[in-house]
Design a protein around this ligand. Structure first.
Ligand code: PMP
Length: 404
């Protein structure tokens, strides 16, 4: 069991009033709160070893470089990558997908196909549209059903020898669905396609094992796993990262530069042009340590309990419909109340101290599928409680009463 009181004491932000009411933070799928160890590590970095990395002979630069590279190794072990060369620091999931899609477009030609799913975040749609526009390849979509599960029979029909890349989300940010990515990866590899997994919503709940999954790329954001904003990771198999052209040019990513020709640095530096988010990269390692210290098994069990409780309680409200009822889902509940606009519900519950997200959640195709403008989304983390869910329920009931 989690020691919830000890955990909540690690997150000072939770212990405050918003609009005169105790804050109930249920917007965790958008970004997670940061524990004290992460906050302290940021301050400690700037107070003790702040220096530019990889290029200084002086002691501070070496200390900062060591801390940055240690963090890379920590993340390598966390996702079980073969080598730390396969771990690229990025600014987040969006950056990682753009990096891969941009480089991958140079391998594509007319007639090639990219397969994504109906439940992708815009950041796993638009970069592939760019890649298709640039190369003449076409974008194909794995459809989903009413419950919010991908229709695998349709995936089986869509995948063929023209498929060059399959890019799917591990877990849907709007519905919470956990996708059968191992099956998708294995089937894609049978036709020689590469696979990119968007792990932005999975990494807060699951410790990914990239070797067991055998995915070619796995991307995630630091800010969703209790780390700083502006941090993220792109894992790529070494062979793929070797093949992929660099994304940005500049310092750090080169071996030699003349006006006639530039040669590139080895992995991982080939993809890390310019001064990186040094403090962010180092502190991301602290965030991962913090989560591992609690344990992902415990996090998963605790959040499942919150999900079951929240689902049951919300469904007791007349006229409330939940979108995303897959058997395997994480602690995200998207809902609407008949006749009410999600935005209006969000504004009223905020006045009562409850932070939820409203809108399309950067997944407009999902909203189009259900024929709705958006949903109210409550997403729970391991630092939330059932008592907070009770407050949400009362707030939603009040909103319903006021708006009806
Ligand atoms: N993919 C998914 C599934 C997400 O939930 C998000 C963040 N909402 C992203 C990609 C983009 O992440 P970021 O904004 O951190 O780059």
């Amino acid at each position: 069991m989690l020691d919830i009181n000890a955990i909540r004491a690690d997150f000072p932000i939770l212990n405050q009033k918003v609009n005169g009411k105790p804050l109930v933070y249920f917007d965790n799928a958008a970004t997670a709160q940061k524990p004290k160890v992460v906050e302290k590590a940021i301050i400690e970095y700037y107070e003790t070893i702040n220096a530019n990395i990889h290029r200084g002979v002086h002691t501070l630069s070496q200390l900062a470089t060591d801390a940055y590279e240690e963090s890379r190794k920590k993340i390598q072990h966390h996702v079980n990558a073969k080598s730390d060369k396969e771990i690229i620091f990025t600014a987040g999931t969006t950056f990682g997908i753009n990096l891969v899609a941009n480089g991958f477009s140079s391998f594509l030609k007319k007639g090639d196909e990219i397969l994504i799913s109906a439940m992708e975040h815009h950041s796993n749609i638009v970069p592939w549209q760019f890649a298709c526009e640039r190369s003449g390849a076409s974008l194909k979509i794995i459809p989903m059903n009413e419950e919010g599960d991908l229709i695998l029979e349709e995936f089986d029909k869509l995948i063929n020898s023209n498929t060059k890349m399959v890019a799917v989300t591990h877990i849907s940010n709007a519905l919470g669905t956990v996708n059968p990515i191992k099956y998708i990866i294995d089937e894609a590899h049978k036709v020689g396609a590469a696979v990119l997994i968007d792990g932005a919503q999975a990494t807060p709940h699951i410790k990914p094992d990239v070797q067991a999954l055998d995915c070619d790329f796995y991307v995630f954001s630091g800010h969703k796993i209790c780390g700083p904003t502006g941090t993220g990771i792109l894992y790529g198999k070494e062979a793929w990262l070797d093949k992929l052209p660099p994304y940005q040019g500049g310092g750090e990513m080169i071996k030699t530069v003349t006006f006639e020709k530039t040669t590139y640095a080895c992995l991982p530096h080939k993809f890390e042009a310019g001064t990186p988010n040094i403090a962010g990269g180092i502190v991301l390692g602290y965030a991962i340590d913090y989560l591992n210290g609690i344990g992902f098994d415990k996090i998963k069990a605790y959040e499942k309990d919150l999900l079951d409780y929240g689902t049951k309680k919300l469904l007791e409200i007349e006229g409330l419909k939940i979108y995303g009822t897959a058997k395997e889902k994480t602690s995200v509940i998207s809902f609407n109340i008949q006749g009410l606009h999600p935005y209006d519900i969000g504004v009223i519950v905020d006045k009562l101290g409850v932070a939820v997200r409203t809108g399309h959640h950067c997944t407009q195709p999902i909203m189009d599928f259900y024929g709705i403008p958006g949903t109210v989304r409550a997403s729970f983390s391991f630092y939330n409680t059932k008592e907070e869910i009770d407050i949400l329920i009362e707030a939603v009931k009040k909103a319903k009463q006021m708006l009806s």
